[in-house]
Ligand binder design. Structure first.
Ligand code: NAD
Ligand code: ZN
Length: 253
């Protein structure tokens, strides 16, 4: 019996008894949709240093330059489509719905989970397609892709910023609070495509584990969680999630 089949069975056992299913995702689950991770090869992050464009200091030093970077990311995210990893996760949520509650906690800002059909998505780092006014605090998702004006301005005339969490900024309180509560309640947590080294992503699986949750990791590389998780499934999300979803659906019956 493979690890994958054992993991699916253990997961189905938990969810069949009404235990909450939680997923925690990072940049890795979006890699197969063409959105590069920081540490991955090529792409946007080799062109820009994150600290030069994705901090409050960088933004206020040169809003136009920071927006040009964010606009490239917006274009990538706008064109990206959910990959088999996103779709597998959404299918698992849909199949589990008859038995238990579920949520997806993501560090990604690309909206791919929602596009794939996932429900109850908690965005820890905001949404790249949304902008927020520094004057009146209004948010908008209506800006053209690509932008026609850089930096873009609010209807009130105020400067808009991307509604994402930059390096050195605090996470939105509501989102991190919800993420902690779901992690405490989790009967099982799937940790997909995150190195789980940066807080709070690093501690959420540990909160879940301490509350008795089954931990399953999906990642082509070993991570800090590898020694802690019951199952470390080695492969990409796009390879493994459709198989896991298929086995899980079968075991739920
Ligand atoms: P990270 O620290 O979460 O690391 C990415 C992880 O994904 C690594 O462990 C890697 O082994 C794994 N991985 C790579 N390809 C994978 C695949 N196909 N399937 C499954 N796992 C795979 O993420 P990071 O790239 O260092 O970025 C840190 C933060 O930057 C993120 O948490 C996010 O907030 C932001 N970011 C977001 C996006 C996005 O929204 N898509 C993209 C880049 C960065
Ligand atoms: Zn405004």
């Amino acid at each position: 019996m493979s690890d994958l089949a054992d993991a699916a069975r253990a997961l189905a056992e938990r969810t069949c008894t009404g235990k909450t299913l939680v997923a925690l995702t990072g940049a890795g689950i979006s890699a197969e949709s063409g959105i590069p991770t920081f540490r991955g090869e090529g792409g946007l992050w080799t062109k820009y240093r994150p600290e030069d464009v994705a901090t409050a200091e960088a933004f206020f030093r040169d809003p136009a330059q920071s927006w040009r970077f964010h606009d490239e990311l917006r274009r990538l995210c706008h064109e990206a489509r959910p990959n088999p990893g996103d779709l597998g996760l959404a299918r698992m949520q849909a199949d589990a719905a008859a038995h238990c509650e579920s949520a997806v906690i993501t560090q990604n800002i690309d909206h791919l989970h929602q596009d794939a059909g996932s429900t109850r998505v908690i965005e820890l780092h905001g949404d790249i397609m949304r902008a927020r006014c520094l004057e009146c605090n209004a948010t908008t998702e209506e800006l053209p892709v690509p932008l026609e004006e850089v930096p873009p301005r609010c209807e009130c005339g105020g400067l808009l910023r991307p509604d994402v969490v930059w390096f050195g900024e605090l996470l939105p309180e509501e989102a991190i609070g919800a993420a902690r509560r779901w992690s405490e309640r989790a009967g099982a947590m799937l940790v997909i495509g995150t190195s789980a080294t940066v807080e709070p992503a690093a501690s959420l699986p540990l909160i879940a584990r301490m509350s008795g949750a089954l931990l399953i990791e999906v990642n082509p590389e070993p991570t800090a969680l590898t020694g802690v998780a019951e199952f470390s499934l080695r492969g990409t999300a796009g390879q493994l999630m459709p198989q896991l979803a298929e086995l899980f659906a079968h075991d739920l019956r």
